[in-house]
Design a protein around this ligand. Structure first.
Ligand code: ADP
Ligand code: MG
Length: 293
């Protein structure tokens, strides 16, 4: 490869809002046919708001919001921030948890006011034998079918509530997907979130292939599997949970608005977090490579 052509490509990239890690980063874009996109924070804003609170019979909404809000206040997850903010708006000051732990891809657990509290996927609560009553289970599925994210709240051995948060698709995502398709690339949505939510988001932006309910540690395996099927894979992500998959992909693209871990694991960074620039990046590197050849 002639260094000059690579440098020109890199300079043009900077103008477009693409940071390129090194000249060899572009080499890997040759033959890319599949673009795997993380959902939360990549295709969607990743900023959610608390839209509904469903409590089990006999439970107090205020107590649910106080305990769940207190615990989520300690987490940086977009769902957690929505819950904490929504809870504080409704019940005022939240207590500080006496203990807190993040359970990757599942939720949070900790101690608030002496109660052992869990907030997250029903699977997390099920691990502690806390099962949602039928009416809450129904609310959870209804919310998910509508494309919202629903999380369960439990403490002291009982599931007590379902909280609904909604994230919105970025205004630029639909056009970004159309641009990727125009380049002959197949977009795939990859998320730890529920299948119904993932499908609703995919439909909104024009993605046909959805791989949902994938644990953070398993995202990298999805990329490996696609590669073993002969696909050449670009991956776009923003989260700590995307880092291994971004490194594994033939081309890793990080949202500049995302975490340092994602940026460090990637070949390219989309400085403004605009997904449309992912298509520009792939087009640019194709053009740069054909100049070199
Ligand atoms: P994504 O892959 O879409 O970025 P994550 O892997 O971070 O999502 O999370 C997967 C799922 O785990 C979420 O949709 C949510 O149901 C649950 N979850 C993770 N962290 C939290 C949290 N702090 N509070 C509540 N639920 C959580
Ligand atoms: Mg994410």
């Amino acid at each position: 490869a002639t260094p000059t052509a690579l440098l020109v490509g890199t300079g043009r990239g900077a103008q477009l809002g693409i940071l390129i890690k090194g000249p060899e980063a572009l080499e890997s874009t040759r033959g890319i046919d599949t673009v795997v996109l993380d959902k939360t924070g990549t295709v969607t804003e990743g900023r959610m708001t608390l839209t509904a609170v469903h409590v089990a019979e006999g439970e107090s909404e205020e107590e649910v919001l106080r305990l769940a809000g207190a615990l989520e206040h300690a987490s940086e997850h977009p769902i957690a921030q929505a819950v904490a903010k929504g809870a504080a708006a409704r019940v005022g000051a939240l207590p500080a948890p006496e203990d807190f732990a993040n359970v990757e891809g599942l939720g949070v657990q900790g101690i608030v006011d002496g109660h052992a509290v869990l907030v997250g996927r029903p699977r997390l609560l099920a691990e502690w034998s806390q099962h949602l009553p039928a009416d809450l289970e129904r609310e959870l599925h209804e919310a998910q079918a509508a494309g919202r994210t629903a999380v369960a709240v439990g403490w002291d051995g009982r599931a007590r509530a379902v909280l609904v948060v909604a994230d919105v698709v970025k205004p630029t995502s639909q056009e970004a997907i159309a641009r990727l398709r125009a380049l002959g690339l197949t977009p795939v949505l990859l998320t730890g979130d529920n299948e119904a939510v993932a499908k609703a988001v995919a439909a909104e932006v024009g993605i046909d292939e959805v791989i949902a309910e994938v644990l953070p540690a398993d995202k990298v395996d999805v990329v490996k599997k696609l590669q073993s099927e002969g696909k050449v894979v670009a991956m776009v992500g923003d989260g700590v949970n995307d880092a291994a998959a971004l490194a594994q992909a033939d081309l890793g693209l990080a949202m500049g608005t995302g975490t340092d871990a994602a940026i460090e694991a990637s070949d390219l960074t989309l400085v403004r977090g605009d997904l449309r620039v992912a298509a520009d990046a792939i087009r640019l590197s194709r053009r740069t490579l054909s100049t070199i050849k």
